[in-house]
Design a protein around this ligand. Structure first.
Ligand SMILES: Cc1cc2nc3c(=O)[nH]c(=O)nc-3n(C[C@H](O)[C@H](O)[C@H](O)COP(=O)(O)O)c2cc1C
Length: 222
């Protein structure tokens, strides 16, 4: 389909799509010193608002050649110092993290007109912690972790299905150990930016930066 036929076939003028943001404000006088507390409050608000997968975050990595990649992962833990997620240690994202451990993640809670951007440095969590989480997963997800050589090329869907079936048979006794190539990462915070949509594109943005163990903050223009 060329450019003009694609445009002709569309029923919606994309350039006319816009929202006026009115759901909240971000006032300095109400902000905690520690942004992790604000993040926790916003995350709880996202759960209360019934947002689908409120813990989904876009994770941006950069490979050794400085080429960026982004994909969603699920936040599976939050502490004063870090957030964590789980994945395949042989995946593309893992390879990129090994080459450059600085990453950025982004949450978008549309119903609340809020965005949070986090930057940090990534390290693997302990095998014991990964095992504890792996053991809490449904059996089919555990089998899937074994069966999928994440980010590698596979011939077709059938290959994946048969790998799943073989793994299921291999662990038919129901005792499924954590694969050695699967586990958690934690992103140790270095900055956190909160964005609240406002009318007239005059949004509120406050960025917190961690330096020598102390958080400082500043307002940014939208
Ligand atoms: C909402 C959502 C949540 C996801 N959560 C995870 C996750 O927690 N871990 C993961 O490895 N992949 C997750 N994925 C799949 C990734 O987006 C991605 O396709 C996969 O990890 C391979 O990425 P890579 O090739 O860049 O390593 C999720 C996808 C979506 C849409």
């Amino acid at each position: 389909m060329n450019r003009s036929t694609l445009a002709d076939s569309m029923t919606t003028d994309i350039s006319s799509l816009r929202e006026r943001y009115t759901k909240g404000t971000l006032d300095e006088c109400n902000l905690p010193v520690n942004p992790v507390h604000l993040f926790r409050n916003w995350f709880d608000d996202a759960i209360q608002a019934g947002i689908h997968e409120p813990n989904a975050m876009a994770l941006a990595t950069v490979d050794a050649g400085c080429n960026p990649n982004v994909r969603y992962v699920l936040m599976k833990g939050l502490s004063e110092a870090s957030i964590r997620f789980f994945t395949n240690y042989e995946s593309r994202k893992a390879t990129e993290i090994e080459a450059n451990p600085t990453v950025s993640v982004l949450f978008w809670w549309g119903e609340l007109e809020r965005q949070v951007r986090i930057r940090g440095s990534v390290k693997r969590i302990s095998e014991a912690e990964s095992e504890t989480y792996f053991n809490s997963r449904p059996a089919e997800s555990q089998i899937g972790a074994w069966a999928s050589p994440q980010s590698s090329e596979v011939k077709n869907r059938e290959e994946l299905e048969s790998r799943f079936q073989e793994t299921k048979e291999k662990f038919a006794d129901g005792n499924i150990p954590k694969p050695p190539f699967w586990g958690g990462y934690e992103i140790l915070f270095s900055s956190m930016e909160f964005w609240q949509g406002r009318p007239g594109r005059m949004h509120d943005r406050v960025e917190f930066i961690l330096q020598n163990g102390e958080w400082t903050r500043r307002r940014l223009a939208p």
